[in-house]
Design a protein around this ligand. Structure first.
Ligand code: CO8
Length: 307
């Protein structure tokens, strides 16, 4: 979260103050029938703090970030990534947000890292400033589930960003790819690792060495996407429905479930199963486990306390 931002997220009449020194505030002015748009203003008055993303709360417990740099097909520039990280941290620390949905436009999720920004970079500058290292904040510090809803182009860094999500949904016609080889470089934000884990070495090697695109339909068939939808509208509705389902569960169980699944990517099977068992045991210490199992036995709906 922006270190000096103050957060007020509307959920009914609830507001939350986040840790900050107060240059920013959220305004809340959407009719209840529309997705709530969360706009942050500078204390000096005036312009919204976010230029390249939009932040909304379309359903209870669901925070949505929409990449919004249409003239450059949502190319991922450093200022855009800075805003994205700030919005993610804000949602991470908001008690009213359970799940985050990340999307772009119908035409482009993101057409890659900003080539024009990268073109003049030197090795020493990239190395000394740890260029793009902050991109991985997404995977290391975000504990809440992140769903990527991908339509249109998801190329290079855009494909990598989508692959960082916990659940990847797309349209059948989405255009994924790692075309960096055509620019004289290679994937730099995890593409060679996550795409390889998602689709296997044979396909990943072919895709990365040729720079060839693959469709959303293929992404689903190969296991990179959880689901491919027929239309953009179906994608967005389907993504929101899944987000709502997850937001309806115990936050404690959801965070633990995400943690154990992600561990499978880093640990061997024996250690992974051991880790899972330890977390499973730990959940007997949560109130929500008692609430969930008690509600099942008494044939009533669980009212989670998130404790
Ligand atoms: N960076 C900067 N600008 C872009 C990018 C990009 N990645 N993609 C598109 N744009 C801009 C275009 O320059 C154009 O701007 P302008 O109107 O000012 O000329 C505008 O967006 C519209 O683009 P097009 O006219 O090209 O639109 P088309 O519909 O004809 O084509 C394509 C769409 C096929 C997506 C085409 O724009 C394209 O090939 N884009 C580049 C895709 C690409 O190579 N992506 C990989 C980039 S490298 C990368 O991501 C490396 C990741 C490494 C780690 C992350 C580091 C930060």
């Amino acid at each position: 979260m922006h270190p000096t931002a103050r957060l007020a997220v509307r959920s009914g009449l609830r507001f939350q103050s986040a840790a900050t020194a107060g240059i920013a505030r959220l305004s809340r002015f959407q009719p209840s029938t529309l997705p709530r748009v969360v706009v942050r203003y500078s204390s000096t008055g005036g312009s919204p703090q976010y230029e390249f993303i939009q932040v909304t709360e379309p359903r209870p417990g669901v925070g949505q970030i929409t990449l919004n740099r249409p003239k450059a097909l949502n190319a991922l520039s450093t200022p855009l990534i800075t805003e994205l990280n700030s919005a993610l941290s804000t949602f991470q620390s908001s008690p009213t947000t359970s799940v985050i949905l990340l999307t772009g436009s119908e035409k482009a999720f993101a057409a890659g890292a900003d080539i024009k920004e990268m073109a003049p970079l030197t090795f020493s500058h990239a190395y000394l400033t740890s260029f793009i290292e902050s991109w991985s904040n997404l995977t290391t510090s975000l504990k809440k589930p992140l769903i990527a809803a991908v339509s249109g182009h998801a190329l290079g860094g855009g494909c990598e960003l989508a692959l960082m999500a916990d659940i990847l949904y797309c349209t059948k016609t989405a255009n994924f790819g790692q075309p960096e080889i055509k620019l004289g470089t290679i994937p730099g934000a995890g593409g060679s690792q996550r795409l390889t884990r998602a689709v296997g070495k044979a396909k990943a090697m072919e895709l990365i060495l040729t720079g060839k695109s693959f469709s959303g339909e293929e992404a689903e068939r190969w296991g990179a996407a959880a689901r491919a939808f027929g239309t953009y509208e179906e994608l967005m509705e389907g993504s929101l429905k899944t987000a709502e389902v997850i937001a309806g569960y115990s936050k404690v169980a959801v965070q633990a479930a995400k943690e154990v699944v992600n561990k499978s990517q880093d640990l061997g099977l024996r250690d992974g199963v051991e880790f899972e068992r330890r977390v499973f045991h730990a959940l007997f210490g949560s109130e929500d486990q008692k609430i969930g199992m008690g509600a099942f036995a008494e044939k009533r709906k669980a009212e989670w306390k998130h404790q």
